[in-house]
Design a protein around this ligand. Structure first.
Ligand SMILES: C[S@@+](CC[C@H](N)C(=O)[O-])C[C@H]1O[C@@H](n2cnc3c(N)ncnc32)[C@H](O)[C@@H]1O
Length: 212
């Protein structure tokens, strides 16, 4: 028996606890006002991130790639009372919408949006981070990985989005530069003796990484 991946995605979404009305409104505003709204991680990845933050009791969370703030706001729902999120964003319009959404949320005092190139911002963030979500420009994924790994707390976790790249990483005939970049990332992490990893085939692929 075969299923279309769209049908499975829709089923998974229908059987996952839905987002809050505020997050649904943020998703609609993102679609209305920002280019490339498909960058928003959405309700299933968002719920997964919230679960991970909750299960880890993560007090210090870092996100690389804020966009409209959807994932940051979702993760905030899993934080313990003294938990905080720092989220890094290059684009002013994205950061502006994220800051506005965060300001009117119950998590305003727990999420900080830092504007600028993430690798530069990271130089000023010593960590340790209990949970890191990497979801910015794919060609820098390896740089982000190398920058955050030493700043991970002892039982910390890194989650990396889009690592299946619409399934293209598994298509050997696909030689597109963006596909090769994601393949190189997946290969490097898999062969890195410092870590253990698993790719979850959730939406576009989410890789979880921890210290070996
Ligand atoms: C896929 S979106 C993030 C989606 C967000 N994590 C969510 O789930 O709602 C990627 C974001 O990374 C930002 N970005 C791209 N290059 C960046 C860089 N060098 N430094 C910081 N942010 C960057 C983009 O402007 C975009 O907003």
């Amino acid at each position: 028996m075969t299923f279309s991946s769209d049908a499975i995605l829709a089923y998974v979404e229908r059987h996952t606890t839905p987002s809050s009305v505020e997050l649904e409104e943020l998703e609609r505003e993102t679609v209305r006002t920002l280019e490339d709204p498909g960058m928003l991680s959405g309700p299933v990845v968002g719920r997964l991130l919230e679960f991970l933050v909750y299960a880890l009791e993560a007090r210090s969370v870092l996100e690389i790639g804020t966009f409209s703030g959807y994932a940051a706001l979702t993760m905030a729902g899993g934080l313990p009372p003294d938990g905080r999120i720092v989220t890094l964003e290059l684009d002013e319009a994205h950061a502006e919408l994220a800051r506005r959404s965060i300001a009117t949320s119950p998590h305003a005092d727990r999420i900080e949006v830092v504007l600028g190139p993430a690798l530069e911002s990271l130089e000023h963030l010593p960590g340790p981070f209990d949970f890191v979500f990497i979801d910015a420009d794919k060609q820098r994924y390896l740089d982000y990985y190398e920058a955050v790994l030493p700043k991970l707390s002892e039982r910390g976790l890194i989650a990396v989005d889009n690592t299946l790249w619409s399934g293209r990483v598994a298509d050997e005939t696909d030689k597109e530069a963006s596909t090769e970049v994601m393949r190189a990332f997946n290969d490097r992490v898999r062969s890195d003796p410092r870590v253990r990893c698993v790719i979850l085939s959730v939406r576009d692929g989410v890789t979880l990484i921890r210290r070996a």
